[in-house]
Design a protein around this ligand. Structure first.
Ligand code: ATP
Ligand code: MG
Length: 652
């Protein structure tokens, strides 16, 4: 690199000064409208979390010690015992809420199922007994590879009930990815389905599951849910139909009391940056923080709200905010099997209208796709039931935030931009919607009980400007480590800065103390000695009315160290000249951030959870062979981009 300036902080270029205080109408019924929870937590965070644990979670045995903190390992509520499935099911039935709908499930073809808490509780108990009959004992890992069907939640909760940690692998992953995860986890049983529906077609899962089982040597039994009725081969003695097991099983299975620190699940990260890590989560702290955040961040009113999280159960969002958090709170929720554009681009809005969804939690990647499809799609439906919106997964560009606010939220719904990770287990930085004045693109402040801090290269606190996002205190839902790889755990999260957790993300803090997460630190560019975050340049591009989505990377450049290369998807049929976009970036955030080259593209390489894979775009921009592409949703996208890059760029 030609740049020989010393390492310095990340430049903060974006200035966003629109503010959105909670409306009086929202505040009228909101659970939190003041700073009491923040104040209480600031006085004594351990006591604060203990209060939440006691109020929100049912314990079979009280803990002896709130926190045992031996950096980097935390134990929460030591000596306490509880069962996650009891907390998510039985206690609601016992409280007289058994007839309440737990799941309004909608299949992609339009078939529906309505499942009450009593029904879910019975099904989970039957399946728990079935798993036991297959030899699953406390501590055995069970792999789950299912479409978005209620049985996915049943399977997870049945594992939790008998103390068998689950490892859910997203149903869109290949047999190889599944095999890698089975082998790493040494799973004993695999729960899968014949197939599921996506984009109007059946995607078979069983053949991929069979290949993965053949490629590994620990799976003794395979349970197959019948969903799409495609032909499958059943191996005698090894494979079992779910519905037959359920029918034969006893409907009563008492929940196993688990130690607070017992492993609840393993979940492999989505692999945006490389080889997936088996992130471990334990029971008591995780249940406390997911229940707390689901209640207060989403301002949940369990008797009236209809909550819908559009994530897949294969991601941590599906674990914490479809299964454990909402069900622990006894919420009524929508679960949807398929894609947002089947049969039309308005499927999500059709579902919101049909079930009168009040709280919607989705991802920036989805919102930018909706922008591309145009506001006429949501306008076809009555979205007036919505009262709160959420996002997670990537930085949300201010213009995407405004679009969400205007066209989905009808300018009346607060937006909670929630920053967290597979590793943190639960939401860490987010507004509380009745108390926090939001700014488009900012996740605002750490929630009560969480201590986020932005620091510079030397580890000094940054009061204003860019730096590294770190967490200075342990939190209940934090990961208990990487399965089978303690060194990698220390190296990845605890080595860069002493005595604190390094999340791997860059962030800036503005003059009002708001946090703006700018994405992974590996994505920060170095242009003529300025360290610029890709997300700020992307947000500047997305703020042009012709642009729906943009991905920016820094490619090696003999003149400037790195040069900014942008890949742009336009909105609908909009067209715009390259030089107009470059000027637009210059006026939005400064000429230093002007992309050197802009490519127009119909698509971007994304992980299966919808995150832009900038690592691959960098490979393309620098003419390298592509590295690991196994976590990509659609590998042909990068081939197409590589082809375009080898041809002359549109304009310089
Ligand atoms: P891997 O760690 O394997 O590369 P991943 O980081 O994409 O995969 P997740 O744990 O699902 O896997 O994602 C967490 C990351 O997503 C965060 O570290 C951050 O980069 C990004 N992220 C999540 N929510 C937000 C948000 N609200 N604002 C900005 N970035 C976010
Ligand atoms: Mg990560």
């Amino acid at each position: 690199m030609s740049d020989d300036r010393p390492e310095q902080n990340i430049d903060a270029l974006l200035a966003e000064d629109r503010t959105f205080p909670p409306s009086d109408e929202f505040k009228r019924d909101a659970l939190v409208t003041d700073t009491d929870l923040y104040d209480e937590a600031a006085r004594d965070d351990e006591a604060f979390w203990a209060t939440q644990a006691a109020e929100l979670v049912h314990w079979d045995r009280e803990w002896d010690t709130i926190l045992d903190w031996q950096l980097p390992y935390a134990k929460w509520f030591v000596g306490g015992q509880l069962n996650a499935s009891y907390n998510c099911l039985d206690r609601h039935v016992e409280a007289g809420n058994g007839d309440k709908v737990a799941l309004h499930w909608e299949g992609e073809p339009g078939d529906t199922r309505k499942i009450t808490y009593t029904e879910l509780c019975t099904e989970v108990q039957r399946f728990s007994n079935a798993l036991k009959a297959l030899g699953v004992a406390k501590g055995d890992v069970v792999n789950i590879y299912l479409p978005m069907i209620p049985e996915a939640a049943v399977a997870m909760l049945a594992c939790a009930r008998i103390g068998a940690p689950h490892s859910v692998v997203f149903g869109g992953f290949s047999s190889q990815s599944l095999a890698d995860r089975i082998i790493d986890a040494k799973a004993k049983v695999l729960i899968t389905a014949d197939g599921g529906y996506r984009r109007g077609e059946v995607f078979p899962l069983k053949p991929a599951a069979d290949e993965a089982v053949a490629a590994s040597d620990t799976i003794e039994h395979v349970v197959v849910v019948r969903r799409s009725e495609n032909d499958v081969e059943m191996v005698d003695g090894r494979d079992h139909w779910y519905h037959e097991l359920i029918e034969a099983a006893d409907p009563e299975c008492p929940p196993e009391p688990m130690d607070s620190e017992d492993l609840l699940f393993l979940l492999y990260t989505s692999g945006t940056t490389g080889k997936p890590k088996g992130i471990m989560h334990s029971t008591g702290g995780y249940m406390t923080q997911t229940t707390f955040t689901h209640k207060y961040v989403f301002d949940l009113h369990p008797d009236t709200d209809v909550y819908w999280c559009t994530a897949d159960v294969g991601w941590v969002t599906g674990h914490s905010y479809i299964v454990y958090g909402p069900m622990s709170n006894g919420a009524t929720q929508v679960m949807y099997e398929g894609v947002p554009n089947h049969p039309g681009n308005d499927r999500f809005w059709d579902i919101v209208e049909k079930y009168k969804v009040t709280i919607l939690y989705t991802a920036p990647t989805a919102i930018r796709t909706f922008m591309k499809w145009g506001p006429e799609e949501p306008a076809k439906h009555d979205l007036s039931s919505l009262r709160l919106l959420g996002t997670v997964g990537e930085p949300i560009n201010p213009e995407a935030w405004m679009w969400y606010h205007t066209h989905i939220g009808g300018e009346r719904c607060p937006i909670v931009d929630t920053w967290w990770q597979t590793e943190t287990g639960a939401i860490m930085i987010s507004p509380l919607p009745g108390a926090t004045t939001t700014k488009p693109g900012s996740a605002t402040f750490p929630i009560p009980g969480v201590s986020g801090e932005i620091i510079d290269d030397e580890g000094r606190t940054v009061d204003q400007g860019g730096g590294y996002l770190t967490l200075t205190r342990p939190w209940p839902a934090m990961t208990r480590g990487i399965w089978g790889d303690p060194e990698r755990f220390v190296e990845t999260y605890w080595a860069r800065f002493p005595d604190r957790y390094f999340a791997g993300d860059g962030a800036r803090v503005d003059s009002d103390g708001y946090f703006w997460v700018m994405g992974r630190i590996d994505d920060v560019m170095n242009v003529s000695g300025h360290r610029i975050s890709t997300s700020e340049v992307e947000s500047a591009l997305v703020s042009h009315p012709a642009v729906a989505e943009a991905a920016v990377v820094g490619a090696n450049d003999p003149m400037t160290g790195q040069a900014i290369i942008a890949y742009v998807i336009t909105r609908g049929t909009a067209q715009v000249e390259v030089k107009v976009l470059r000027e637009h970036v210059a006026t939005q955030i400064g000429s230093i951030a002007k992309p050197k080259t802009i490519y127009f593209t119909p698509d971007l390489p994304k992980t299966r959870s919808g995150k832009i894979m900038r690592r691959l775009l960098r490979d393309v921009a620098e003419g390298r062979n592509l590295g690991d592409t196994t976590t990509l949703a659609d590998a042909s996208v990068v081939d197409e981009l590589a082809k375009r890059a080898s041809e002359a760029p549109a304009e310089e």
